[in-house]
Design a protein around this ligand. Structure first.
Ligand SMILES: NC(=O)c1ccc[n+]([C@@H]2O[C@H](COP(=O)([O-])OP(=O)(O)OC[C@H]3O[C@@H](n4cnc5c(N)ncnc54)[C@H](O)[C@@H]3O)[C@@H](O)[C@H]2O)c1
Length: 443
C-alpha cells in the first residue's frame, strides 16, 4: 500500500470515483480563466498556482511526527483529469471567444487549448435585464413563470450529467453581480419561495433559481458573487432537506483578501485604526456591471463588512471606535482585467502618534479568482461525499462575505479561516485537530 492510500484510509468519506461535472452560471472572465487553467495544468503546461487543493500541505499529528502530506493526497478529492466543464450565459460566445474577449490570458496560452475551449458552449441562461442592467444577450430561456425557468435549469443539469456520464456535479456561480436585494418574506421559507416562483415575484432573482435548481438536483452550490443567491433561509432549508453543501458569498481575491491579511496584523499588535480608504480602477465587464449603482451597492456591502468583524470595535473602543471605511470601484476600460487597487490606512500607535500604510496592488482579478473556483468545487464535492450539508463555514477562507448560521458573525480573519479549513479536513479524516498549543512539552 502506498503512503497516499494510507493517508486516505481512515475516514468514512465516499471515494471520488467517476467524473465530476463543474457547471458555472456565467462564462466570462473568471469562468474561462478557470477552465483554461485546469486544461493547461492537465496538459502539463502550467502548475496550479494559487490552489490549496493542488499545492498546499497539511500537518498531521505532532510536529515531531513529520507528517505533512499534500491536501490532495490526504483527502479523497476528484482528480483534475475527471473534471468536465459546462456553463450557462446569456451571451452565446463559446469559451474560446469569451476568453479572448475577456483579455485575461495571452494568445500563446489559449492557442494550444483552443479546440478544447471552443467545444464549451453556454446553455441558454435564465437571465433578466432587471437584475443585471448592463448586459444584453440573446441566449436566454423563456418560460411562463420563474418556476418553469427553474425547472428548465434542473433539466439542463440532468441532461448534462447523462450526456457526459458524470458521477457527481457542483455548481459555482461565476456570473455578473445582480442588483442589491434584501432578504424578505418570499425568501423566508421554502414554501414562500416556491409560491413566489409561481407568481413571478421580483424578489426572486435568476441567481436564486440556479441555486434552487442545483439543490433540487442534489448538487452543491457555491456563490462567487455578492448577490444573495443561495444566502436566504428558504434555500438553506432546501440544502438541509436535500443534504447538500452550500457556500458563499463573493470570491475573496484582491483588495479584500489583503484587507483580511493586514487588519488581523494591526489588531494583533493592538494598534489603532482611524480610517481605511480603498479605491480601485477596473476595466473588464465586471467593472462595467459594477458601474451600475445598484450592482455596486451589492458589492460595496460585501466589501465593507470585513473590517468590523475582524477589529471588533465594541470590544476595543479605544482602538477601533468610529474608524471610517470607504470603498470605491471605478470603471476604467484601458485596464481590462488588470485591476489596480490603492489602500490608504491611517493607523495610530503609542501615545496616539499617527502612521500611514499605503498599498498599491496591481493584481489580475481572474488570475486570483480561478484557483478559488477550482478549490470551492473540489472541496464542496468532497464535503458532499463526507455527508456535510447546509452552510460550509470552513470554506469562509474563499469568500469576502462568508455565509454564517443565523445569529452568528462570520469569521473574516484569513488565518483563523485557514485554521478552520485545515482542522475541518483533519476532523473529517479522523485526525486530531491542531491547536498549536505545543502540549507535547507538558507532562
Ligand atoms: N474576478 C474576481 O476577482 C472576482 C472576485 C469576486 C467576485 N467576482 C464576481 O465573479 C463574477 C464573475 O466575474 P467576471 O469577471 O467573470 O465577470 P464577467 O462579466 O466577465 O462574466 C460574467 C458573465 O456572467 C454572465 N451572466 C450574467 N447574468 C447571468 C445569468 N443570469 N446567468 C448566466 N450568466 C449570466 C454575463 O453575460 C457574463 O458573461 C462577478 O459577479 C464578479 O463580481 C469576481
Amino acid at each position: 500500500m502506498t503512503s497516499k492510500q494510507t493517508e486516505k484510509s481512515n475516514s468514512g468519506v465516499r471515494p471520488a470515483t467517476g467524473r465530476l461535472g463543474i457547471l458555472t452560471p456565467g462564462l466570462g472572465a473568471v469562468a474561462t480563466t478557470f477552465m483554461a487553467g485546469v486544461e493547461s495544468i492537465r496538459r502539463g503546461h502550467s502548475k496550479p498556482i494559487g490552489s490549496l487543493t493542488q499545492m498546499a500541505t497539511i500537518r498531521l499529528g505532532k510536529r515531531t511526527d513529520n507528517r505533512s502530506p499534500l491536501i490532495k493526497d490526504f483527502i479523497p478529492l476528484a482528480s483534475l483529469d475527471d473534471i468536465v466543464f459546462g456553463a450557462w450565459d446569456p451571451i452565446p460566445d463559446d469559451a474560446l471567444t469569451a476568453a479572448r474577449k475577456a483579455g485575461v490570458l495571452d494568445e500563446r496560452d489559449l492557442a494550444p487549448i483552443a479546440a478544447f475551449l471552443e467545444a464549451i458552449k453556454p446553455m441558454p441562461a435564465v437571465f433578466d435585464n432587471h437584475y443585471v442592467t448592463r448586459i444584453n444577450g440573446a441566449n436566454v430561456k423563456t418560460g411562463k413563470n420563474k418556476r418553469e425557468l427553474g425547472e428548465a435549469l434542473r433539466k439542463d443539469i440532468r441532461d448534462f450529467k447523462a450526456q457526459h456520464k458524470l458521477d457527481r456535479l457542483v455548481v459555482v456561480w461565476c456570473a455578473s453581480t445582480e442588483i442589491y436585494l434584501k432578504p424578505g418574506p418570499s425568501h423566508a421559507t421554502l414554501t414562500a419561495f416556491e409560491k413566489a416562483m409561481d407568481e413571478n415575484d421580483d424578489q426572486i432573482a435568476p441567481s436564486m433559481l440556479y441555486a434552487w435548481a442545483a439543490l433540487m438536483e442534489g448538487v452543491p452550490f457555491c456563490n462567487g458573487a455578492p448577490n444573495l443567491s443561495v444566502d436566504i433561509p428558504a434555500l438553506l432549508e432546501l440544502a438541509n432537506e436535500k443534504g447538500v453543501p452550500i457556500s458563499g458569498k463573493d470570491f475573496k481575491t484582491g483588495q479584500t483578501w489583503l484587507k483580511t491579511v493586514i487588519a488581523p496584523g494591526i489588531k494583533a499588535r493592538m494598534l489603532g485604526l482611524k480610517g481605511w480608504y480603498s479605491t480601485n480602477i477596473l476595466g473588464n465587464r465586471d467593472g462595467e456591471v459594477l458601474d451600475d449603482p445598484a450592482s455596486f451597492k451589492t458589492k460595496e456591502e460585501s466589501k465593507l463588512s470585513v473590517l468590523h468583524t475582524i477589529l471588533q470595535p465594541d470590544k476595543y473602543p479605544d482602538l477601533y471606535k468610529d474608524f471610517s471605511h470607504v470603498v470605491r470601484i471605478n470603471y476604467y476600460p484601458p485596464r481590462g482585467d488588470n485591476k489596480e487597487g490603492w489602500d490608504n490606512i491611517d493607523i495610530v500607535g503609542w501615545m496616539n502618534y499617527p502612521m500611514q500604510i499605503k498599498i498599491n496592488f496591481l493584481c489580475r482579478d481572474s488570475i486570483l479568482a480561478a484557483p478559488i473556483v477550482l478549490d470551492l468545487a473540489l472541496f464542496s464535492d468532497f464535503a458532499h461525499r463526507a455527508g456535510m450539508k447546509g452552510i460550509q463555514e470552513w470554506l469562509s477562507f474563499y469568500y469576502k462575505s462568508p455565509m454564517a448560521a443565523a445569529g452568528l458573525q462570520p469569521e473574516h480573519d484569513l488565518f483563523i479561516q485557514q485554521t478552520k479549513l485545515k482542522n475541518t479536513l483533519r476532523h473529517l479524516m479522523g485526525e486530531e485537530q491542531i491547536t498549536h498549543l505545543g502540549l507535547e512539552y507538558y507532562a
